[in-house]
Each structure stands twice: as structure tokens, then as C-alpha cells.
Design a protein around this ligand. Sequence first.
Ligand SMILES: Cc1cc2nc3c(=O)[nH]c(=O)nc-3n(C[C@H](O)[C@H](O)[C@H](O)COP(=O)(O)OP(=O)(O)OC[C@H]3O[C@@H](n4cnc5c(N)ncnc54)[C@H](O)[C@@H]3O)c2cc1C
Length: 237
Amino acid sequence: MGFRARVVGADGRGPVTVLTFEALSPFEFDAGQYIGFVHPDGDIPMSIASGPGRLPFFELHYRPVAGAPDAERMDALLAGAGLGRGAGGARTDGRGPTVAGDVLECTGPLGAVTARAVPTLLLAAGTGAAQATGFLEWLRERRAPPPTVLWWSVSSPADLYQDAYFADLSASGWFDYRAFVDRPSGENTLLPALRGAPLADEVVLSGPAGFVDAAARVLMARGVARGRLRSDMLPVA
Ligand SMILES: Cc1cc2nc3c(=O)[nH]c(=O)nc-3n(C[C@H](O)[C@H](O)[C@H](O)COP(=O)(O)OP(=O)(O)OC[C@H]3O[C@@H](n4cnc5c(N)ncnc54)[C@H](O)[C@@H]3O)c2cc1C
């Protein structure tokens, strides 16, 4: 369950830093799972944004949220691993990938929401795009990936850090993608559209707990059975 990993790359994409790690002790996971970074004040959960095929390397999408205790702890760990606050040293000076040598203690894999080869609607918000990216990396390696739809909700256009990746993948035929940006008033635009959304066999929800909860309520009001909804942020069905 415990393993060690070191940062081998950090790439700034808007408000998010894409961190590449190398596992230094045996580690396996299924696409869609997350890990915890061990910290004395509590482990910090982080979704794995790559598929298992890339091990021993794996990727994370980290967004430091100002004032969030998890972000303060994560920033401290990254600073200890040679990256500045919020990995911002790599992000703001345009130097490209940063290589650091220090080792972080991790725990995992965690989470029961893993990719399956069935038609799926992915509903992601903010850095919930990380888990969706992990799913997609696994699916695109299948011989015949099932029809997959991603709806991604963000607070502002600047938060669309994975937009080009998702848009490129949507040319593949099996994948359909729509981005939703909150109104300047802060009103979410995905949730109202969800009332008429075409539904797949399974719906996977990721992102802030408030978003996951609100989206699950819209779907259940439409008559979607709780058993079709999968999320690490919802109580087990
Ligand atoms: C298992 C797990 C894995 C995690 N993985 C990561 C990770 O990989 N990377 C990371 O940085 N953090 C991760 N976290 C921490 C945490 O989930 C994120 O910091 C959190 O999701 C904030 O996301 P954000 O700032 O990107 O969202 P925001 O930018 O705040 O919001 C994104 C969208 O969600 C909508 N939304 C937010 N709240 C609500 C609400 N109450 N009702 C309706 N809509 C709402 C907004 O309208 C917006 O469209 C993880 C936490 C857990 C428990």
C-alpha cells in the first residue's frame, strides 16, 4: 500500500501544474484511481491522470487552491522535493519541465471508481478532469473503445487547462466532449444542461464534492438509478 515516488517533471498549464512522478518501489493501479501523499497532518488525495501503461511513471494534475489545508500541505511537500510554492517555480518562468530528485512517501492505490469498457458519461468539474484523463488514457488503448462522453465544468475560461487534449481526442470518433464555463455571476452552466443530457450506461462524477452532489441529484431526479452513478465523492451505493 505504501510506496515511494519522485518528481521527474512539472509542466505549468494555466492554474494547474501537470506533475510527472516515477514510482521507486512496486506500485500498480487501475485507471481512475488516486493516491495519497503522506503528510503528518493527514494524507493528501490526488487523482492519477495517466493510465497504468506508463508505469513506473504516472501523472497528476495539481491545482493549489488558496487557503485550502490540503494545498498548503501539498505545497510544503513539493517545496521539499525541490519545487516552489504550488510548483509555481516551474509554471511561471516558462522553463519547461523541472527535474527534482527528492522522494515523496505515497499511499495507494485508492478508490473503487476505475475505468471499464462500457458506454460512459464522464461528468468532471475543475481538477476532476484528472480522473477523466486517466479513464481516457486507458480507453484509447482499447481495440474498440466504447462510446464515451465527457462534460467538463470549470469556473472560468482560464481553467480549461485540458481543453486541447480533450478536443483533439474528440476527433477519434468514439469520444465526444463539451466544456461548460460558469457565468460571470458564478452560476454553473453544466447542471441545467444535464437535465436533458443523453445518458450512457454508467455516469462517472469527479471534482468538488458540491458539484458531484448537485449533479447526482439532477440525475436521480431524472430517474437515473443510484447504481449507475460512480464517484469517489459519493457514499458507496
Ligand atoms: C479523491 C480526491 C482526489 C482529488 N484529486 C485532486 C487532483 O487530482 N488535483 C487537485 O488539484 N486536487 C484534487 N483533490 C482536491 C479537491 O478535490 C480539489 O481541490 C477540488 O475539487 C477543487 O477543484 P477546483 O478548484 O478545480 O474546482 P472549482 O474551480 O472550484 O470548480 C470547478 C467547477 O465545479 C463547480 N462547482 C464547485 N462547487 C460546486 C457546488 N457546490 N455546486 C455546484 N457546482 C459546483 C463550479 O461551478 C465549477 O464549474 C482531490 C480530492 C479528493 C478527495
